[in-house]
Write a protein that binds this ligand. Sequence first.
Ligand code: R5P
Length: 331
Amino acid sequence: MLNIVSTKSEGQAPMSAKNGAIKLVAGNSNPVLAKGIADVLGLPLTKASVRRFADGEVFVEIQENVRGMDVFIVQSTSAPANDHLMELLIITDALRRASARRITAVVPYFGYARQDRKVGSRSPISAKLVANLITNAGADRVLTLDLHAGQIQGFFDIPTDNLYASPVMVRDIREKFDLADLMVVSPDVGGVVRARGLAKRINAPLAIIDKRRERAGESEVMNVIGDVAGFTCILIDDIVDSGGTLVNAADALLANGARDVYAYITHGVLSGGATARITGSRLKELVITDSIQATEAIKAAPNIRTLSIATLIGEAISRTAAEESVSSLFD
Ligand code: R5P
């Protein structure tokens, strides 16, 4: 498969950064988002060819001068995770050998993040391995979004900015809902900090779902902590993968008297039959971001909507290039 990501940039001056010029290079994981970020920055995507040899090996050719420049690679390590990770590593290597002054890996969805600790004897910590690979390939910085666990930032020994999609979600929630009727819900105990942060921004109460398997072999019981009766519930999470967590949480909330259930989830992994599961569920709507490029099935799903993070990432890139505060984006 010849898969070329390139746009013409002849005649256009690169956007000026504090110490040089910015270049934006896209891998093949999310060309739509990369183009959106390029539009926000008023920059063309750097001409590059990221393709496969017949045996499946990745080959990269950067077709413009990047010597001395501040280069941002846009590449989510979404499915197929290994191919997209390899593209990111090889693009980084190509840029380093082409004398880019600084390379930032912009990874809106950081795959492997859920493998962030040993789950048993003789198991790996793959998130740390991936962080090492990105660093050793030559990245100077990482810009990512809603890491599965904030501590993963510490897996990188290079500056890493972990952006939050919450401002984008909050804007949408304010537009669509009467805030007085809302209850924010964390679908599991592990997601409470994330959900509480969003609840605080919209001044809404918080409920928590406590999933418990009382005895091995028995099915999980969903205890809702908080009185959700009569409320419109908004589930907040970082990832929707199989959709099982969300669908079960929606059922539990409705069984406890919730009026309607919506979900705002940053990364729509939606693997296997997840899209059909969401479509057939009692969730009124699932809102995801474009950190992962939507499949045709996702685009066609009547109760799945996508919000773009292109402006958020574009602004973070612009601030990084100008050596300005990125955290103040979230004040
Ligand atoms: C788990 O810790 C994550 O935050 C998500 O809740 C989980 O990845 C969702 O997975 P699924 O959609 O397969 O239930």
